[in-house]
Write a protein that binds this ligand. Structure first.
Ligand code: GLP
Length: 250
């Protein structure tokens, strides 16, 4: 795996957009695994700018998203479906029928997990999976646990994650306590992984995930086993890595 140093959020976003843009330019019918959260927003803005300038075409791209809150409709402005539409899909020429997320409104957990796994399988493999990281090292909504999960499942969010995500909601009580998420097994099957990490709040997660033991207590640590994983991290996120392992990230 490779860690690329970026100056700040803007630099991280541009570098990550170049990598994702190159993927789409090289393979116009790429299957992209997409992520929500504040980390990829700047990258999405750059992709929108390139698309609108006519430099990058998404008309043949298909996408699968990592996760969705349980109980929220796509029209709810806190849902990840809403986030994806407003932060990326409406700005690019992707065909909306080729975009997929778990259906947060399906109360039948077993059926929804099976349906979403079948959607992922029907794509024939994710070419590039975008990831952010939680402060506790979670990827998608795979929270610290005693094992790594393979397929889509429904999780109960940790208090730490609920608190971290409360910034997007009016009141902490409004943050859903459960979510559908792709499993780490599905994430690991992607041909290429592109993680974006910024800010000092992620410095411990960076250190634990990429310079510590591989453990389900730090779910992102499994990415050390992936053979094509690129992490674009800014200076603030690299603070503890630089202190403990000077020179490890050029
Ligand atoms: C959420 C999402 C993750 C995301 C993480 C970090 O919990 N499920 O996919 O990576 O938050 O979010 P942010 O980028 O806003 O820090």
């Amino acid at each position: 795996m490779r860690i690329i140093r970026a100056k700040d959020y803007e630099d991280m976003s541009k570098k990550a957009a170049i990598i994702l843009g190159a993927q789409v330019a090289m393979k116009p019918d790429s299957v992209l695994g997409l992520a929500t959260g504040s980390s990829p927003v700047g990258m999405y803005q750059q992709l929108i700018a390139w698309n609108q300038a006519g430099d990058l075409d998404f008309s043949q791209v298909k996408s699968v998203n990592l996760d969705e809150y349980f109980g929220l409709t796509a029209q709810n402005d806190q849902s990840y479906a809403y986030f994806m539409y407003h932060n990326l899909f409406k700005g690019i020429n992707i065909d909306l029928k080729n975009t997929h997320l778990p259906d947060g409104t399906n109360p039948d957990i077993a059926a929804e997990c099976a349906r979403y796994d079948a959607v992922i399988d029907s794509m024939g493999g994710v070419d590039l999976q975008v990831l952010g990281i939680g402060g506790n090292g979670h990827i998608a909504f795979n929270e610290p646990a005693d094992c790594f999960k393979m397929g889509t499942h429904c999780v109960t969010l940790t208090q730490k994650t609920i608190e971290a995500n409360a910034r997007f909601f009016d009141r902490i009580e409004d943050v859903p306590t459960k979510a559908y998420t792709m499993g780490v097994g599905s994430i690991m099957k992607a041909k290429k992984i592109l993680m974006v990490v910024n800010g000092e709040a992620k410095a411990q997660a960076m250190l634990d995930s990429f310079f510590g033991d591989i453990t389900p207590q730090v779910q992102a640590s499994i990415l050390q086993m992936h053979n094509d994983c690129v992490v674009v991290a800014d200076e603030a996120a690299l603070k503890l890595v630089d202190e403990k392992f000077p020179g490890a990230v050029k």
